[in-house]
Design a protein around this ligand. Structure first.
Ligand code: ADP
Ligand code: MG
Length: 251
Protein backbone atom coordinates (compact mmCIF):
# COMPACT_ATOMS: atom_id res chain seq x y z
CA UNK A 1 0.00 0.00 0.00
CA UNK A 2 1.29 3.46 -0.82
CA UNK A 3 1.90 6.14 1.76
CA UNK A 4 -1.06 7.77 3.52
CA UNK A 5 -2.55 10.66 1.61
CA UNK A 6 -3.30 13.80 3.54
CA UNK A 7 -4.76 16.97 2.07
CA UNK A 8 -3.69 20.17 3.84
CA UNK A 9 -5.25 23.47 2.86
CA UNK A 10 -3.60 26.54 4.36
CA UNK A 11 -4.93 30.10 4.15
CA UNK A 12 -6.25 29.63 0.65
CA UNK A 13 -7.69 32.76 -0.89
CA UNK A 14 -9.27 33.28 -4.27
CA UNK A 15 -11.14 36.15 -5.81
CA UNK A 16 -13.09 36.44 -8.98
CA UNK A 17 -13.04 40.12 -9.93
CA UNK A 18 -13.82 41.98 -6.75
CA UNK A 19 -15.54 39.02 -5.13
CA UNK A 20 -13.59 37.19 -2.43
CA UNK A 21 -14.76 33.64 -3.07
CA UNK A 22 -12.29 31.86 -0.77
CA UNK A 23 -11.16 33.88 2.20
CA UNK A 24 -8.40 32.08 4.06
CA UNK A 25 -9.63 28.48 4.00
CA UNK A 26 -7.92 26.22 6.54
CA UNK A 27 -8.67 22.53 6.37
CA UNK A 28 -6.74 19.32 6.89
CA UNK A 29 -8.16 16.07 5.60
CA UNK A 30 -6.67 12.92 7.04
CA UNK A 31 -5.88 9.87 4.92
CA UNK A 32 -8.97 7.90 4.01
CA UNK A 33 -11.32 10.37 5.65
CA UNK A 34 -14.73 11.10 4.14
CA UNK A 35 -15.53 14.78 4.38
CA UNK A 36 -18.89 16.25 3.49
CA UNK A 37 -18.51 19.84 2.38
CA UNK A 38 -21.78 21.66 2.78
CA UNK A 39 -23.08 25.21 2.99
CA UNK A 40 -25.10 27.87 1.24
CA UNK A 41 -24.96 28.29 -2.50
CA UNK A 42 -22.14 30.62 -3.53
CA UNK A 43 -20.14 29.82 -0.40
CA UNK A 44 -17.13 28.62 -2.38
CA UNK A 45 -17.53 24.82 -2.24
CA UNK A 46 -17.02 24.15 -5.95
CA UNK A 47 -14.17 26.62 -6.13
CA UNK A 48 -12.41 24.89 -3.24
CA UNK A 49 -12.72 21.46 -4.89
CA UNK A 50 -11.42 22.92 -8.14
CA UNK A 51 -8.44 24.46 -6.32
CA UNK A 52 -7.58 21.10 -4.72
CA UNK A 53 -7.57 19.51 -8.15
CA UNK A 54 -5.61 22.26 -9.87
CA UNK A 55 -8.55 23.26 -12.08
CA UNK A 56 -8.63 26.73 -10.52
CA UNK A 57 -5.47 28.58 -9.59
CA UNK A 58 -5.75 30.51 -6.33
CA UNK A 59 -4.29 33.85 -5.25
CA UNK A 60 -2.68 33.00 -1.93
CA UNK A 61 -2.06 30.16 0.49
CA UNK A 62 -1.13 26.59 -0.30
CA UNK A 63 -2.65 23.18 -0.81
CA UNK A 64 -0.67 20.04 -0.21
CA UNK A 65 -2.04 16.80 -1.63
CA UNK A 66 0.15 13.98 -0.35
CA UNK A 67 3.65 14.92 -1.52
CA UNK A 68 2.46 17.49 -4.06
CA UNK A 69 2.29 21.20 -3.31
CA UNK A 70 0.18 23.86 -5.02
CA UNK A 71 1.07 27.44 -4.11
CA UNK A 72 -1.20 30.42 -4.66
CA UNK A 73 0.10 33.57 -6.27
CA UNK A 74 1.12 34.87 -9.64
CA UNK A 75 2.94 31.75 -10.75
CA UNK A 76 0.97 28.79 -12.07
CA UNK A 77 1.92 25.39 -10.63
CA UNK A 78 4.07 23.07 -12.72
CA UNK A 79 1.93 21.07 -15.13
CA UNK A 80 3.44 17.86 -13.80
CA UNK A 81 2.27 18.63 -10.23
CA UNK A 82 -1.28 19.15 -11.45
CA UNK A 83 -1.18 15.90 -13.40
CA UNK A 84 0.06 14.01 -10.34
CA UNK A 85 -2.66 15.48 -8.13
CA UNK A 86 -5.37 14.62 -10.64
CA UNK A 87 -4.13 11.05 -10.65
CA UNK A 88 -4.49 10.91 -6.86
CA UNK A 89 -7.92 12.56 -6.79
CA UNK A 90 -10.48 12.06 -9.53
CA UNK A 91 -13.19 14.66 -9.83
CA UNK A 92 -16.86 14.03 -10.60
CA UNK A 93 -19.34 16.72 -11.51
CA UNK A 94 -23.09 17.27 -11.19
CA UNK A 95 -23.56 17.13 -14.97
CA UNK A 96 -21.49 13.93 -15.47
CA UNK A 97 -19.36 15.37 -18.30
CA UNK A 98 -19.28 12.06 -20.15
CA UNK A 99 -18.09 12.05 -23.76
CA UNK A 100 -21.37 11.78 -25.71
CA UNK A 101 -19.78 10.03 -28.70
CA UNK A 102 -18.27 7.22 -26.59
CA UNK A 103 -20.04 4.26 -25.01
CA UNK A 104 -19.96 3.67 -21.26
CA UNK A 105 -16.93 1.39 -21.69
CA UNK A 106 -15.38 3.85 -24.16
CA UNK A 107 -15.68 6.68 -21.64
CA UNK A 108 -13.96 4.59 -18.98
CA UNK A 109 -11.18 3.43 -21.29
CA UNK A 110 -10.39 6.87 -22.67
CA UNK A 111 -7.92 8.16 -20.08
CA UNK A 112 -6.16 4.86 -19.40
CA UNK A 113 -5.55 4.43 -23.14
CA UNK A 114 -4.72 8.03 -24.04
CA UNK A 115 -3.09 9.28 -20.86
CA UNK A 116 -1.49 6.14 -19.43
CA UNK A 117 -0.91 4.27 -22.68
CA UNK A 118 -2.69 1.12 -21.49
CA UNK A 119 -3.40 -1.26 -24.41
CA UNK A 120 -7.05 -1.06 -25.47
CA UNK A 121 -7.77 -4.71 -24.73
CA UNK A 122 -6.52 -4.36 -21.16
CA UNK A 123 -8.34 -1.08 -20.69
CA UNK A 124 -11.55 -2.69 -21.94
CA UNK A 125 -11.19 -5.59 -19.50
CA UNK A 126 -10.64 -3.15 -16.65
CA UNK A 127 -13.61 -1.03 -17.80
CA UNK A 128 -15.81 -4.12 -17.63
CA UNK A 129 -14.66 -4.78 -14.06
CA UNK A 130 -15.37 -1.20 -13.08
CA UNK A 131 -18.79 -1.26 -14.70
CA UNK A 132 -19.58 -4.40 -12.70
CA UNK A 133 -18.42 -2.63 -9.57
CA UNK A 134 -20.93 0.19 -10.10
CA UNK A 135 -23.67 -2.24 -11.06
CA UNK A 136 -23.63 -1.60 -14.82
CA UNK A 137 -22.00 -4.71 -16.27
CA UNK A 138 -24.80 -5.01 -18.82
CA UNK A 139 -24.56 -1.40 -20.09
CA UNK A 140 -20.99 -1.35 -21.40
CA UNK A 141 -21.98 -0.58 -24.97
CA UNK A 142 -24.68 1.97 -24.21
CA UNK A 143 -24.11 5.60 -25.13
CA UNK A 144 -24.69 8.30 -22.50
CA UNK A 145 -27.98 9.34 -24.18
CA UNK A 146 -29.27 5.80 -23.60
CA UNK A 147 -28.55 5.87 -19.87
CA UNK A 148 -30.53 7.30 -16.96
CA UNK A 149 -28.98 10.09 -14.92
CA UNK A 150 -28.08 7.68 -12.13
CA UNK A 151 -26.47 5.31 -14.62
CA UNK A 152 -24.53 8.16 -16.24
CA UNK A 153 -23.24 9.26 -12.88
CA UNK A 154 -22.14 5.71 -12.06
CA UNK A 155 -20.28 5.57 -15.39
CA UNK A 156 -18.61 8.86 -14.43
CA UNK A 157 -17.54 7.31 -11.11
CA UNK A 158 -16.18 4.24 -12.92
CA UNK A 159 -14.32 6.53 -15.30
CA UNK A 160 -12.67 8.31 -12.39
CA UNK A 161 -11.79 4.97 -10.77
CA UNK A 162 -10.10 3.81 -13.97
CA UNK A 163 -7.15 6.05 -13.13
CA UNK A 164 -6.84 4.25 -9.80
CA UNK A 165 -7.10 7.35 -7.68
CA UNK A 166 -6.68 7.39 -3.92
CA UNK A 167 -9.67 9.62 -3.51
CA UNK A 168 -12.55 11.33 -5.27
CA UNK A 169 -13.72 14.92 -5.27
CA UNK A 170 -17.47 14.89 -5.83
CA UNK A 171 -19.28 18.14 -6.64
CA UNK A 172 -23.01 17.74 -6.00
CA UNK A 173 -23.02 14.53 -7.98
CA UNK A 174 -26.60 13.65 -7.07
CA UNK A 175 -28.12 17.11 -7.47
CA UNK A 176 -29.31 16.52 -11.04
CA UNK A 177 -30.88 13.15 -10.22
CA UNK A 178 -34.43 12.16 -9.37
CA UNK A 179 -34.76 11.15 -5.73
CA UNK A 180 -35.05 7.44 -6.51
CA UNK A 181 -31.83 7.55 -8.55
CA UNK A 182 -29.83 9.40 -5.91
CA UNK A 183 -29.58 6.44 -3.62
CA UNK A 184 -27.92 4.21 -6.25
CA UNK A 185 -25.12 6.76 -6.63
CA UNK A 186 -24.80 7.35 -2.88
CA UNK A 187 -24.64 3.57 -2.34
CA UNK A 188 -21.63 3.39 -4.68
CA UNK A 189 -19.94 6.17 -2.72
CA UNK A 190 -20.54 4.31 0.52
CA UNK A 191 -18.91 1.19 -0.93
CA UNK A 192 -15.90 3.18 -2.09
CA UNK A 193 -15.55 4.69 1.34
CA UNK A 194 -15.65 1.20 2.85
CA UNK A 195 -12.83 0.24 0.48
CA UNK A 196 -10.72 3.07 1.88
CA UNK A 197 -10.98 5.75 -0.79
CA UNK A 198 -10.78 9.30 0.51
CA UNK A 199 -13.93 11.17 -0.42
CA UNK A 200 -14.46 14.90 -0.38
CA UNK A 201 -18.09 15.31 -1.19
CA UNK A 202 -19.97 18.54 -1.79
CA UNK A 203 -23.56 17.61 -1.13
CA UNK A 204 -26.99 18.85 -0.13
CA UNK A 205 -27.89 15.35 1.04
CA UNK A 206 -27.64 15.97 4.75
CA UNK A 207 -28.87 12.47 5.55
CA UNK A 208 -26.04 10.98 3.55
CA UNK A 209 -23.56 13.41 5.09
CA UNK A 210 -24.65 12.50 8.57
CA UNK A 211 -24.61 8.77 7.91
CA UNK A 212 -21.47 8.45 5.84
CA UNK A 213 -19.12 11.32 6.50
CA UNK A 214 -16.44 11.20 9.16
CA UNK A 215 -16.44 14.96 9.20
CA UNK A 216 -18.72 17.79 8.22
CA UNK A 217 -17.22 21.04 7.01
CA UNK A 218 -19.49 24.03 6.45
CA UNK A 219 -18.20 26.66 4.07
CA UNK A 220 -19.86 30.06 3.98
CA UNK A 221 -18.58 33.29 2.47
CA UNK A 222 -15.35 31.56 1.52
CA UNK A 223 -14.56 30.51 5.10
CA UNK A 224 -14.83 27.32 7.10
CA UNK A 225 -17.47 28.15 9.71
CA UNK A 226 -17.97 24.63 11.12
CA UNK A 227 -15.69 21.61 11.13
CA UNK A 228 -16.29 18.52 13.19
CA UNK A 229 -17.90 15.10 13.44
CA UNK A 230 -21.51 14.95 12.16
CA UNK A 231 -23.12 14.75 15.61
CA UNK A 232 -21.32 17.84 16.75
CA UNK A 233 -21.88 19.96 13.65
CA UNK A 234 -25.54 19.02 13.18
CA UNK A 235 -26.56 19.03 16.82
CA UNK A 236 -24.37 21.74 18.27
CA UNK A 237 -23.24 24.07 15.50
CA UNK A 238 -20.95 26.80 16.77
CA UNK A 239 -22.31 29.53 14.53
CA UNK A 240 -25.72 31.13 14.07
CA UNK A 241 -25.05 31.12 10.30
CA UNK A 242 -24.82 27.32 10.25
CA UNK A 243 -27.95 26.95 12.39
CA UNK A 244 -29.83 29.15 9.92
CA UNK A 245 -28.49 27.13 6.96
CA UNK A 246 -29.64 23.84 8.52
CA UNK A 247 -33.09 25.29 9.23
CA UNK A 248 -33.40 26.41 5.61
CA UNK A 249 -32.23 23.10 4.16
CA UNK A 250 -34.45 21.05 6.44
CA UNK A 251 -37.51 23.31 6.00
P1 ADP B 1 -20.74 26.96 -4.28
O1 ADP B 1 -20.21 25.76 -5.00
O2 ADP B 1 -20.54 26.90 -2.80
O3 ADP B 1 -22.15 27.27 -4.64
P2 ADP B 1 -18.89 28.41 -5.97
O4 ADP B 1 -17.52 28.04 -5.57
O5 ADP B 1 -19.45 27.80 -7.21
O6 ADP B 1 -19.88 28.22 -4.74
O7 ADP B 1 -18.98 29.96 -6.22
C1 ADP B 1 -18.63 30.92 -5.24
C2 ADP B 1 -18.75 32.30 -5.85
O8 ADP B 1 -17.79 32.46 -6.87
C3 ADP B 1 -20.10 32.56 -6.51
O9 ADP B 1 -20.43 33.90 -6.24
C4 ADP B 1 -19.80 32.37 -7.97
O10 ADP B 1 -20.66 33.16 -8.75
C5 ADP B 1 -18.38 32.84 -8.08
N1 ADP B 1 -17.65 32.17 -9.17
C6 ADP B 1 -17.40 30.84 -9.24
N2 ADP B 1 -16.69 30.55 -10.34
C7 ADP B 1 -16.50 31.73 -11.00
C8 ADP B 1 -15.83 32.10 -12.22
N3 ADP B 1 -15.20 31.19 -12.97
N4 ADP B 1 -15.84 33.41 -12.55
C9 ADP B 1 -16.46 34.33 -11.77
N5 ADP B 1 -17.10 34.04 -10.62
C10 ADP B 1 -17.12 32.77 -10.23
MG1 MG C 1 -21.05 24.48 -6.31
Amino acid sequence: MSEPLQVAIRKVAKRFGTRQVLDGVELTIQPGETVALIGPSGGGKSTLLRCINGLTHFDAGEIRVGPHLLCGGPQLPPRETVIQIRRLFGMIFQDFQLFPHLTAAGNIMEAPVHVLGVPAVDARRRAMELLARVGLADRADAYPRELSGGQKQRVAIARALAMEPRGLLCDEITSALDPELKHEVLAVLEELKAEGLALIVVTHELGFARRSADRIVVLDGGRVIEDGPPEQVFEQPQTERARRFFRQVLA
